[in-house]
Ligand binder design. Sequence first.
Ligand code: GDP
Ligand code: ZN
Length: 294
Amino acid sequence: MTANKAEGLVLKRYSGFYYVQDEQYQIYECKLRGKIKDPVFTGDRVRFTPLEAGKGILESIIPRKNELYRPRIANVNLLLIIMACKQPAPSLILLDKLLLLASFYKITPQILLNKSDLPPDSTSVFIEDYYPQMGLPPIKTSAIKKTGIDTLRIVIENKIAVFAGPSGAGKSSLLNALVDGISVKTQELSKKVDRGKHTTRHVELYPLESGGWIADTPGFSQVEVPAIKSSELAAYFNDLSSIAEECKFNDCLHHGEKECAVKDAVNEGLIAQSRYNNYISILEEILAKERSYK
Ligand code: GDP
Ligand code: ZN
């Protein structure tokens, strides 16, 4: 690295410019050095040459730790999975799929139970009881009452975070509660304003004063099952994998096999039925894909 180059983080792209934040939290409006052919993503760590008046030249991309495609964002290391305590009731299959994706992309997951000002749905109570055993204690938040927000800020410190979760769970509302001075449209408003409009938006990372960054768009807009082999799926389910060693067969998929410790644990109530069902439904999807490649 030459002396006059600096390192920074791409916060957004806007009409041909890249907005790069350096380690002193200064933001530079950068143009791309002509030789860069690869697309630069929001979230990319880059080297750049600072020029006068807050301008700069983006010189090169530092290798990414990971990249998401929808939205296009690099180096995400915190996935905030939001479920509402009710309205809408939490979706356990979506939760388990998002946890799988987080683990596949090596992104730390954090479950948020938003709308904690409302009396919780039984599924929400289940999430609060069961998921901590897997090292995933949820944070209860209320975007309306502004509770849990400080705890959430501590989790985001030093991280690049994106939200995920069902529509209506409160992603926009929490983003508004976290980022001073922005006003992201919440559901009812955006339905009224954006209906039928094609708005091509780029992802933007907002630096939080308390540290860390949060993307203004939910991550994983498509919850496709990632490229995992059927034989490796159970390893992504912490509660199953801790028991799977006791199965009679080494290659047990915990599906049709007899003498399966995982199925016994489900029957004994040690593993939640919903976790097992969700594992099976994802497994069947993977098996179908594997059969179609043969
Ligand atoms: P998104 O689709 O996930 O972005 O959800 P929104 O932020 O648009 O919120 C959906 C609806 O839930 C809106 O009517 C919000 O006002 C409401 N909402 C969001 N957070 C809370 C909360 O903490 N408590 C309650 N009671 N309602 C909330
Ligand atoms: Zn088994």
